[in-house]
Design a protein around this ligand. Structure first.
Ligand code: NDP
Length: 250
């Protein structure tokens, strides 16, 4: 018996081979869910879906494009007849200081992280309302809580903090419809977004700030997402869950 037997899940930005979305897709599939891998690169999305098994599907979906989100989700609903889980995972970051941020930087980071979370959610909410059930998991960041980090500029912190506000507002508005909405705030996780960008000194500095003494693994975040997507968290909504090895303990 899997925790997600018979459930249908869409995960945005899930085609990165070592990313959080890929790890969430794997653990959800291991627990019985059928997965839609959504990403910019349709071939990569289809390849990841095929790795998961025969029933899973890979689709192109640029989350900054409302029409693309609506089209991808209606294709899934047409295929599956329902949609139980949405993970808003697609994200980009830019390592800029405050005064280096130009309009196009701000727009790009806010668009993918924050606007994309809104658009993909709006595309599934009517169906979830009809079902009177659904779980939405938004991926924020420790950068929202502590004001930046090594890779995320202030605009990234702002976008990820916006996701926390959006999560709570969505959770409040959608609770009467049986839809739960929660956010995960990962700390420093070893994925493609962070790979190859660390000098040994930077790594030492990061690990020194983590009480558990190691950077996170994508599976650490995936386990938390599984909890929030499943009925184990049936009475949890509007929460932000830290997955950061204790980085914010003070
Ligand atoms: P990845 O870069 O591996 O994953 C992000 C995915 O989003 C990529 O596949 C990327 O595609 C895709 N993407 C980018 N723009 C769009 C778009 N417009 N529409 C759809 N998909 C898009 O990084 P991670 O797995 O590390 O990050 C996953 C999430 O976790 C992000 O929201 C990130 O901000 C967040 N996060 C990560 C942390 C970490 O330490 N790794 C810490 C805290 C939060 P492509 O590669 O083609 O650009």
């Amino acid at each position: 018996m899997g925790l997600l037997d018979g459930r249908y899940a869409a995960i945005t930005g899930a085609a990165g081979p070592r990313g959080l979305g890929r790890a969430m897709a794997q653990i959800f599939a291991d627990h019985g869910a059928t997965i839609a891998v959504l990403d910019l690169d349709v071939q990569q999305a289809q390849a990841v879906a095929a790795e998961l098994g025969p029933d899973h599907v890979g689709l192109a979906c640029d989350v900054t494009d409302k029409a693309a989100c609506d089209a991808a989700m209606s294709e899934l609903i047409g295929r599956w007849g329902r949609i139980d889980i949405l993970v808003n995972n697609a994200g980009i970051t830019q390592p800029l200081k405050l005064m280096q941020i130009e309009a196009q930087n701000y727009d790009a980071v806010l668009d993918v992280n924050l606007r994309g979370t809104l658009y993909a959610s709006q595309a599934v909410i009517p169906q979830m309302r009809q079902q009177n059930s659904g779980a939405i998991v938004n991926i924020s960041s420790v950068s929202a809580q502590r004001g930046g980090g090594i890779f995320g500029g202030p605009h990234y912190s702002a976008a990820k903090a916006g996701i926390l506000g959006l999560t709570k507002a969505m959770a409040r508005e959608l609770a009467p419809d049986g839809i739960r909405v929660n956010a995960i705030c990962p700390g420093f996780i070893g994925t493609d977004i962070t790979a190859g960008k660390l000098t040994p000194e930077m790594k030492e500095q990061i690990i020194a700030g983590i009480p558990m003494g190691r950077v996170g693994d994508a599976r650490d975040v995936a386990g938390c997402a599984l909890f929030l997507a499943s009925d184990l968290s049936a009475y949890v909504t509007g929460s932000e869950v830290d997955v950061n090895g204790g980085s914010l303990i003070h």
